[in-house]
Design a binder for this molecule. Structure first.
Ligand SMILES: [Ca+2]
Ligand SMILES: [Ca+2]
Ligand SMILES: [Ca+2]
Length: 406
């Protein structure tokens, strides 16, 4: 038995050596390379704080889904995404466009918490089929997305996003992406529907709604991309310059301002994944990716105030058809001639950098593989998906090889 195992170990070492040591360098999880020493120190402290598990006596709850940020942002390393068992539910009451959180258990947002802290009644919130006066109840799932490079979206100017939008498909290519706006009419970049503009506000919402952890502002409205005032996207009663409080007995804020600043620094400075060298199949795949139209939404190059990045998104929201539609309306989308004021079937073009590291895919993690994610495209992407499905198996494999190297 023992010699056998050694033989396996030796063989494994030889295989690794033959592949070179490149596979051992993590492709993601490190900081941007042009940050200062102090920013780097804040990033490192922030990484540890992402993994910090809060206990009820430190402020966890009273309602929560997870006890740390990393619970939903840890695959394959801190700052990544999460497997489907970490999915949470959104519950919205009322018609699209004026949806509100469920009027029970002091829910601060549309995020449905799975757990109750001490002092609160145990068990789960029972979601009624319809609300008071027969108001519609809409439920949807969300899967934790990777945060690699996400902070760079704050450096894309509003003018860039506005110039990319084509709400009425004036150029007739079948694609009518529009920008979404956070409350205060600020152009959105963050979240699955580009519903948020200020990354600090977004994270304060996550801490409150996912962990029951309260925070004070660090930069406050100073962190909005247009530097004007804005309200928290998921905490309707609190502005970005206001402290968040909750109803447990732990003094607020439950995370100190310096610690919270480090968490924000981690999210702002987390670098995009390192791209792999372009293999011959991947190079052929890139040509197909562009020629069949994937790059119309998954835009290769995006200009930022610090140079060009390759996130493969336009940060616009697109109608993805009835199967992917979730009936949840977030933000105030750019007006269009079609007059649709809600985002129930629209999503931000998913960034494809690090695609190989990002499974499961789509807003609720319903796709387990890249191929599945592609074949679930509809709506504005209908014609392009049909073109993809008509490709030979070899061409499809090349296109996926391209995605795997991003
Ligand atoms: Ca708390
Ligand atoms: Ca168009
Ligand atoms: Ca508290």
């Amino acid at each position: 038995m023992k010699p056998m195992r050694n033989t396996f170990a030796l063989a494994a070492c030889l295989v690794l050596a033959a592949c070179g040591f490149e596979i051992q360098i993590p492709r993601a999880g490190g900081p941007l390379d042009d940050i200062t020493t102090e920013q780097r120190a804040a990033f490192d402290r922030g990484s540890a704080l992402m993994r910090r598990r809060f206990t009820p006596s430190e402020g966890l709850g009273p309602l929560y889904n997870a006890s740390s940020c990393a619970a939903c942002h840890e695959q394959p390393v801190t700052g990544g995404g999460a497997p489907n068992y970490r999915n949470f539910f959104l519950v919205a009451m009322g018609p699209q466009g004026s949806q509100v959180p469920l009027p029970i258990s002091n829910l601060p947002s549309q995020v449905l918490p799975s757990f109750f802290g001490p002092g609160f009644r145990g068990g789960r919130i029972v979601v009624p089929v319809t609300g008071p006066q027969g108001l519609a109840i809409t439920m949807a799932q969300r899967a934790g997305p990777p945060l690699f490079g996400t902070g760079l979206f704050a450096l894309v100017t509003n003018a860039t996003i506005i110039a990319l939008s084509d709400p009425d498909d004036a150029d007739g290519d079948g694609i009518s992406g529009r920008f979404n706006r956070a409350p205060g009419l600020l152009i959105g970049r963050f979240g699955f529907k580009s519903q948020a503009n200020n990354i600090e506000s977004f994270i304060r919402g996550a801490a409150r709604n996912q962990m029951g952890v309260t925070t004070n502002p660090v930069l406050g409205s100073g962190a909005t991309v247009s530097l004007s005032s804005c309200r928290l996207p998921q905490v309707p009663t609190t502005g970005p310059n206001d402290p968040i409080t909750d109803e447990d007995t732990v003094a607020d804020p439950e995370v100190s301002v310096p610690d919270f600043a480090d968490i924000i620094a981690f999210c702002r400075f987390l670098a995009p994944p390192r791209r792999l060298d372009l293999t011959a199949p991947a190079a052929r795949g890139q040509v197909l990716f562009e020629s069949i139209g994937c790059a119309k939404c998954h835009l290769m190059n995006l200009t930022t105030s610090r140079g060009t990045i390759q996130p493969f998104t336009d940060l616009l929201i697109h109608d993805m058809g009835p199967q992917l539609a979730d009936g949840i309306s977030q933000g105030s989308p750019q007006p269009s001639l079609a007059g649709i004021a809600t985002t129930g079937s629209e999503y931000r073009t998913a960034p494809l950098w690090g695609a190989a590291l990002n499974a499961p895919y789509l807003h609720d993690g319903r796709a387990g593989t890249l191929l599945e994610a592609i074949t679930m495209h509809a709506g504005e992407a209908d014609a392009i998906r049909i073109t993809f499905e008509a490709l030979s198996a070899a061409d499809q494999a090349d296109l996926i090889a391209f995605l795997e190297g991003l």
